[in-house]
Ligand binder design. Sequence first.
Ligand code: TRH
Length: 389
Amino acid sequence: MPMRTPASASPGLRWDIFCRVVDNLGDAAICWRLARQLANEYSLAVRLWIDQPQALSRLVPGARPGQIQDRVSIECWRDDDPRLSLTRSEQLADVVIAGFECELPAGYRHAMTSRRPVWINLDYLSAQAWVDTHHGLPSPKSDGLTEYFFFPGFTSESGGLLREADLIDRCERFDRDPSARIDFLRSLGIDAKPGERFMSLFCYPDSPVAELIDGLKAIEGQVSAATGTPENWQLLIPEGIAPELSVRRGVRRVPFVSQTDYDRLLWSCDLNWVRGEDSLVRALWSGRPLIWQAYRQTGEAHRPKLEAMIDRWLKDAELPDPAATAWRKAHTAWNTAPDPASRALITAALPPTLEQLPAIAAGARRWRTAQIGQSDLARRLVAFTAGKL
Ligand code: TRH
């Protein structure tokens, strides 16, 4: 990663990031990505405290508590850890990040009252309009401390999106070198044949994957509007995702790759099915078409989040109809309740989406070009905290 030290960053400052893994991989994925970027691009001394280090080691092979990896000190966080329950103020960082509203360890929190570090609550990503008015707000506490809400988002008024300084260059270099894609796919056990196109699939357990495969079967051999050749899609599914599916024609298992290689997987595909938060952001930066599955929440709380993301992307990507309608319908179908009638929606939504793929791909590139002009999340966070130190 190239070093990037804007005037507002003070190299050597200590940052502690606390990550409590709720479920899945997103909490560990995002905290790690941020920690790595702060340490490497801003020369900050970063400690990542994580309560379930095994979630991190799935994404970053070899990452273990007590180690420094990629300039980040990784520490296992247990509530009864004496280092945390009796923290002395001089052991505190200058900036403390509580990942996704997690409660800080009591001893650490107590020590904060004397040293008063900048305290940030890094929240989940949303494209909803309220993010712009809530981002950066202080939440004063009765003990005199102030917590600041930092909301990732898609606008210049929000906290922005995570993006390493060299990400787009690396992606474009990969695109310019056809052998990079072939070699990478080969490293996953896939020998790409002429005419084959690839989709990656990362989804939640009860997704209508069998119905998606039915949709692919329905168009197999038809002349593709995108390539002028017969449709020949290969669905690449990392180990552990949709485990009920057996390997069959058009369905290929690939290993669950490292976070770094996951970018290459996205860059190797013509369409990516992504979920949650971090894989969505990576797929957006890939400049390729994607279909997103929102993390399902009780009371359908994810619905407004999904609608807001769809609306914002369509606007920023300036996607015209009929591509916009096809893309929206694919999202509605892929994010349905898991009952039999709703599951079948994706079978019908897939062919028009694939027909519109060239237009959707052009929109994805437009979205990326427009968004690159905005500063990234780490940069905004460094600037935000610098004003409070
Ligand atoms: O695992 P997720 O569903 O995480 C979710 C979301 O973050 C959600 O917003 C949050 O509320 C919930 O957790 C608790 O999806 P996400 O965010 O995309 O994180 C997955 C990470 O896994 C991402 O960094 C990509 C990475 N990954 C790999 O490194 N290798 C792989 O092979 C695959 C499929 C994914």
